[in-house]
Each structure stands twice: as C-alpha cells, then as structure tokens.
Design a protein around this ligand. Sequence first.
Ligand SMILES: O=C(O)CCC(=O)C(=O)O
Ligand SMILES: [Fe+2]
Length: 260
Amino acid sequence: MSIVNTSLYPLSDAARRAAIVETAARQLAEDGAAAFPDFVAPEALAEMVAEAAAKFGSAHRRDQMLGFNPRGPLADIADEALRNRAAPYSMWILGSDLLEADGAVQSFYRSPELMALVQDALGIARLHTTADPLINVNITYMGAGDQHGWHFDDNDFVVSLLLQAPETGGAFEYAPEVDTAPVEDINAILDGASPRTRLQKVEAGTLLLFRGCRALHRVTEVAGDKRRMIALLSYHTEPGFVYADSVKQNGLGRVSAIAA
Ligand SMILES: O=C(O)CCC(=O)C(=O)O
Ligand SMILES: [Fe+2]
C-alpha cells in the first residue's frame, strides 16, 4: 500500500511529478509555503491518527511564555520592548522515540518518495533524516485553549502533516519574509493587526512545506473537544544531525530516549 495518495500525487509518473514539484517550488518562492492537500492515502492517514491518538498519554505537556526568536537582521535591530514580547506555547509533544519504529508515522517520515519530493521542491541536493532518537518526527497535540505563539524557527524549513484538525481555531497564520522587516511591522504582526499576515489553509492530510526561519508564524487558539494533532518532520542537509540537549529539554522535558 502506498502511503501517498497516488491518484492526486502520481509521483511515479515523471511528467506529472515534475508539474507537482514545479507548483510547490513556485508556491515556496511566492509565499514561503507550499501545501499539498490530501497528500496521504486515507488508510495511511487513519493509521497515523490511530497511532498518534493512542500515544497521547505519553506526550510531554509544555506551557511556556516565550519570545518570538528574532532572526537575521531583526536580531540586531529589535529593541528591548520588542524582544521582551512573549506569547504562550501551550501543547503536548510526543518524542519520536515513543512512536513505533515501523509504524505509519515513522514509515511516512522515512519514505524515500516523500524525502525526494521535499528535496526537489526545496531545491536541496540531498536531505537526510535526523539521527536524533527524540526529535526526528514528533507529534504535537493542542486542546481547547492551547496555542503556539508567534515565532521564527531555528531550522531553515519545516515539513508538517496535519493528522487531525480541531473543530475551531488551530489555524496556521504566517507573515512571510519578515526577517528583514522594520520593527513597526513586527509589532503590528505580534498585535494581530498586520496586512502582512495570511492564513494557510490546512486540513487533515495536508502536507505543508514552510520556510519558518524567514516567516513569523503561529497556531491560533484551539477551541472545542477535538484535539489538533500534527506530525512535524525534521530533515537536514547533513547526515547524523542531533539536536542540542537544551532543545530536547525545552520541548520534551528530557534529553534521552525512554527504553522500550
Ligand atoms: O503546529 C504547527 O502547525 C506549526 C508548528 C511550529 O511552528 C513549530 O513547531 O515550530
Ligand atoms: Fe514554528
């Protein structure tokens, strides 16, 4: 069984694959984000949802107020008041060591057809999976009242697959290419009052490629009983990448794998 929805994404057909890659590369260039709706076959998505839901009790609860992690030129020009602006990070995160090694989520993360597509859409010669047992593909869960405040990412790009959308909220909002924006524009974005922000339409089964180091982005507050569940996939241009202990401690509340 293919994990990818081959009727919409016939990746083994060279001409159609080239068109899919070209569309994604254009979206990335224009918007800083490329979405692939219904990317995963329904049965594969159902398996991932079941695995993620079953592991929820093992996820680490994160409740923090954090700054937006200024990047690039902004890191030099942000004034004290702007630097001190913080927003809630409230969610549960499941370490990748707690996902089944041969389960649906890890199989998707490691699938050569997915990695080749991401690589080509981003124009990167060769991508590697992360060597870190805790952070390679993680699931985050957000329930009623949870949100992921405005921030820039440390890594160059993010690949995500929304597993389950909440009833309301939990939208992905972003302002592309604002690492070179003036301080007033950043303040307006953080105030939720900027014409530079857009909402990215993401539904369960949507794969999203996103340049999070150049775009301020957030996940809006979730409402309702149904949790938002998303798989966040980390890849690197060099093999053998392992995250710093501080990153693991911050996100997962631990630095080493839990023995099976
Ligand atoms: O949950 C999402 O859609 C985005 C998560 C995110 O921005 C991050 O993990 O850095
Ligand atoms: Fe992010």
